[in-house]
Ligand binder design. Structure first.
Ligand code: HDE
Length: 674
């Protein structure tokens, strides 16, 4: 792709047809006169500007992309003949685009939503696009319902509100009418719907695919991505505040980590189901509203992906990348999952609509590494010049070329039969067992967050929608329904269904392994004139040495007693940081508590620690710094508050451990009756 990079530094301006121009003024009849029609430079510039936008994606419009590579651990030819998985250590370039689903292209990053995790592998056999999500199941099992679920979730068409979220009548009207959505709805209401950043998300291929060996043996697989950075979510209040303070929060997080060389990594792997076990489960393997629990089928890592390069140009790369579920490589196959089958058509169509041309695969970001040879011709913006008179097959004039390859894509010779029907699929009808499995697998604080999410979202809906949603919840779990109902002004229902209490590993975010370091964790050190700069500096140096992203927050920008203040209490807020440290120093703490300069927002330092506390974040505090917490009426002995009179190595290790832990969920308020 580098041959397409354009560097315009030290150059002279020209039109698109190459004429050098002075483009600082338009051509007028006299200084104050009308602009002349003959001004070709003005016309070209303005017309190009008028056409700068292409239709945004109908879903997943808001996204962020990065380049990287995938490296396979071993030769997996016992599972598949896909070449990128059969040469140990081989690096295959990738491009990943993370996205929210419902919001428009300029919507905030931290809304509650499902998120896309789309990966393109530029393999030596062509592009393989694994267009997945960060949530394992999907709302509906039949592609024909997709426009409905999206119309219900998108802003309501009469007024076009609300933006980028499901907290409104039409979304929950649909969910209540269509209970197969409940499993995915619970995922979205949990921490999975508000990840801390895109580096800490799992990825799921969602559908069941096939892997096929050279000998033609096939197995069923689910594709999964496991982040090395751990899993973490924001608190809903925090996510909402970030949506105002920094709507690009997730984008910037990814860009920053990559710019600083802290490349995020994911293990890529599969859950393997032998063909003979297709019907061995109490759910349908081809039903994408269900997942394969890791307690039943373990995750088998195949390789690792590293994202190590940011895009040069958002539009050319992230906006113009055209993922298609149908971009597949030899050794990987589809299944009869009807959602997958529907997607196989929709993505090609949507890309032609977005790009305005069937030649979109010729764009630099879309070109495969392999040669493209076929008899497809012409179309808008054709950039290739094909030699010769032949554009058909078979032909003798060109020796029957492009010819049949020696090893073409393997269409798995699956037996297909059945009557044409437009019926419900009986095996999909159990909507609640896996919703229960998911709910039961969460820790109590995670359940609480899910319930609070439901109270917020459904609390925005009409009474009849609220009542119907409580009925759905009650089929999952009576206590869940009662807890949600109480806050919605709906009568807590009696038990109607059993929740047998089954759970699975791999579903709780809290139980996911944490990294053993604190690299990339962001820490704000609160300062004011009179703060103990020695303590501040020593903590800064220690955390920085551990690879954390540490900055000082102060009253004004610039130097303050030798500290380089890069944020003020006006430009930042606790929600933008993973942790906060308050050093000692009586005068400084007095300043933060009483704040006597006119431009200083008096409550902000207090709000800083209050929000950090409420969002379960680690808070380091030394000596007089404790007084700021006391003034804010926080429990200074609560978990995750690391305090000491001595800022020494012992203290630093405790602080590091708390920052590594990332969140102290049991500090968040819990319902009394559980
Ligand atoms: Fe998509 N989806 N989708 N989807 N999807 C699109 O393609 C569609 C589904 C997913 O970063 C669109 O380029 C249908 C499941 C991601 O560019 C569109 C159905 C999963 C992205 C489309 C589904 C996804 C898209 C919109 C049901 C997870 C963003 C613009 C049959 C496995 C890709 C575009 C990117 C994007 C259709 C369901 C993930 C319209 C019809 C299930 C990550 O083609």
């Amino acid at each position: 792709m580098s041959k397409y990079l354009v560097d315009e530094s030290n150059s002279e301006e020209s039109t698109n047809f190459g004429q050098k121009i002075d483009n600082t003024q338009s051509l007028k009849a006299g200084n104050r006169g009308p602009t002349l029609m003959e001004d070709f430079a003005f016309r070209e510039k303005m017309l190009h500007f008028d056409h700068e936008r292409i239709p945004e994606r109908v879903v997943h419009a808001r996204g962020v992309g990065a380049h990287g590579y995938f490296e396979t651990y071993e030769d997996w030819s016992n599972l598949t003949c896909a070449k990128f998985l059969t040469t140990p250590g081989k690096k295959t370039p990738v491009f990943v685009r993370f996205s929210t689903v419902l919001g428009f292209r300029g919507s905030p990053d931290t809304v509650r939503d499902v998120r896309g995790f789309a990966t393109r592998f530029y393999t030596e056999e062509g592009n393989f696009d694994l267009v997945g999500n960060v949530i394992a199941p999907f709302f509906v099992h039949d592609a024909i319902k997709f426009p409905d679920v999206i119309h219900a979730g998108k802003p309501e068409p009469n007024r076009e509100v609300p933006q980028a979220g499901t907290a409104h009548d039409t979304a929950y009207d649909f969910f209540a009418e269509f209970p197969e959505t409940i499993h995915t709805v619970l995922w979205a209401l949990s921490g999975r719907g508000i990840p801390t950043n895109f580096r800490q998300v799992e990825g799921f291929g969602v559908h069941t695919y096939r892997l096929i060996t050279e000998e033609g043996k096939a197995i069923f697989v689910k594709f999964l991505w496991k982040p090395k950075q751990g899993l973490c979510n924001q608190v809903w209040d925090e996510a909402q505040k970030i949506a105002g303070k920094d709507i690009d929060f997730h984008r910037k997080d990814l860009y920053t980590a990559i710019d600083r060389g802290d490349y995020p990594e994911w293990e890529f792997g599969v859950q393997i189901i032998e063909e003979k076990d297709e019907f061995a489960f109490d759910f349908d393997l081809l039903d994408p509203t269900k997942l394969v629990p890791e307690s039943l089928v373990p995750f088998k890592p195949l390789g690792k992906m590293t994202l190590n390069r940011n895009v040069e140009n958002y539009f050319s790369e992230t906006e113009q990348v055209t993922f298609c579920v149908g971009h597949i490589v030899r050794g990987i196959g589809f299944t009869d999952d009807s959602l997958l089958q529907g997607r196989l058509m929709s993505y090609f169509d949507t890309q032609i609509n977005r790009m305005g041309s069937a030649n979109y695969m010729q764009l630099p970001i879309n070109q495969p590494l392999t040669a493209v040879r076929n008899n497809q011709r012409d179309g808008s913006m054709q950039s290739k010049i094909f030699k010769g008179e032949v554009a058909y097959y078979p032909n003798a004039l060109q020796n029957n070329s492009p010819a049949k390859p020696a090893k073409p894509y393997i269409d798995y010779p699956q037996q297909v039969n059945g009557r044409k029907v437009r019926d419900e699929v009986p095996s999909v009808k159990d909507h609640y067992s896996q919703a229960q499995l998911f709910y039961n697998s969460l820790t109590d604080p995670e359940k609480q967050q899910l319930i609070d999410g439901a109270r917020f979202e459904i609390g925005k809906c009409k009474l009849e929608v609220r009542e119907r949603m409580v009925v759905i919840f009650n089929h999952v779990d009576n206590s869940l329904a009662r807890r949600v109902a109480t806050a919605l002004g709906v009568s807590p229902p009696d038990r109607v269904a059993d929740n047998p209490g089954k759970s699975s590993k791999g579903l709780s975010m809290v139980e996911y392994p944490k990294p053993d370091h604190i690299r990339t964790r962001t820490v704000a050190i609160l300062t004011a004139p009179g703060i103990n700069t020695q303590e501040a500096k020593a903590t800064y140096d220690f955390l920085k040495g551990e690879g954390a992203y540490v900055e000082y927050v102060g009253v004004t920008l610039g130097d303050q007693d030798g500290l380089d203040i890069t944020n003020t209490y006006l430009t930042t807020a606790s929600v933008l940081w993973d942790a906060v440290y308050v050093p000692g120093g009586q005068a400084g703490i007095d300043f933060l508590i009483t704040a006597n300069t006119s431009f200083f927002p008096a409550e902000e330092p207090l709000m800083f620690v209050v929000d950090s506390y409420r969002h379960g974040k680690p808070i380091g505090v030394s000596n007089e710094g404790v007084k700021l917490l006391e003034k804010a009426m926080l429990k200074v002995d609560a978990p995750g508050i690391v305090k000491s009179d001595k800022v020494d190595n012992h203290y630093f290790e405790d602080l590091k451990e708390a920052i590594r832990e990332q969140r102290f969920w049991n500090r968040l308020p819990m319902d009394k009756d559980i």
